[in-house]
Design a binder for this molecule. Sequence first.
Ligand SMILES: *Cc1c(COP(=O)(O)O)cnc(C)c1O
Length: 244
Amino acid sequence: MTEIASNLAAVRSSIAEATELSGRPAGAVRFVLVTKTVDVERVREAIRAGAADLGENKVQEGRCKAEALADPAVRWSMIGHLQSNKVKDVLRFAREVQSLDRLSLAAALEKRLQHLGRPLDVLVQVNTSGEPSKFGLSPESVPGFLRELSSFDALRPKGFMTLATFTPDEAEVRRCFRVLRGIRDRALNDAPQGAALGELSMGMSGDYRWAVEEGATIVRVGQAVFGARPLPDSHYWPGVAGTR
Ligand SMILES: *Cc1c(COP(=O)(O)O)cnc(C)c1O
C-alpha cells in the first residue's frame, strides 16, 4: 500500500470511529479530500486508492487538475474564497461551491447557471471565529441571507461551512463548530429552504474528529493524507512544528 493509500484508510477509519462515538450511523459523514498544492500524480494516486470526492480552494488550480485527470467519477468541490469574475471557470469543474459568502456571488453564480441550464449545490460560509482574516457571513446575517437566496432558482443551498479559529485551544475550536451547528438547527426550522439545509461542513486535518463529535456531516481534510503543505498554508496540521 502506498503512503497516500494508508493515510486515506487511517483518516477514513478515524472518521468512522468518531461518527460512531457521536452516536450517528455509519456513513453519516462525508469526507472531502483537499488536494490543494498537491500535484496531479499524487492526486491520481489518491483516486486509485478510492478517493472520489475532492476539494480545491483556488479556481485555476482546481480547473487544471480536473482537466488533467478528466475522470467523470470524481466530484470536485470549491471550498475557497471565490471571486465573482471566476464564476464561469469554477462552473467548468465544480459540482458544488462550499464558500458562498455574499449576495453578489450568489447573483453571479445564478446568472451563469441559468445560462448553462443547470442547478448547483451550495453551502453558506459563516465566519464563526470572528477573526477578521476569515471569509464568511457573520452569524447574525445568515437568516436574512437565506431569505434573499430563496429567490435564486438554480442555487440549491444544502447547509453551512466554516473554518474554526486557528488555535490549539480545543474549547475555542469546538465553540466555533457549535455556533455553526446552532445556525443550522435554527435554519432547519425558520429558513425558507427548511429541511434542505442539513449539511455542516466543518473540520480539517487538525480538528476533524472534534468536528464530527460536534455534528459535522462533511469534513475537509488534506494534510492528514498528503503530508504537510509548505508554509504559510500548513497551520492546521498538528504533526508540524509550530502548528495546531
Ligand atoms: C486547506 C483547506 C482545508 C484542509 O486543510 P488541511 O489542513 O489540509 O486538512 C479545509 N478547508 C479549507 C477551506 C481549506 O482551504
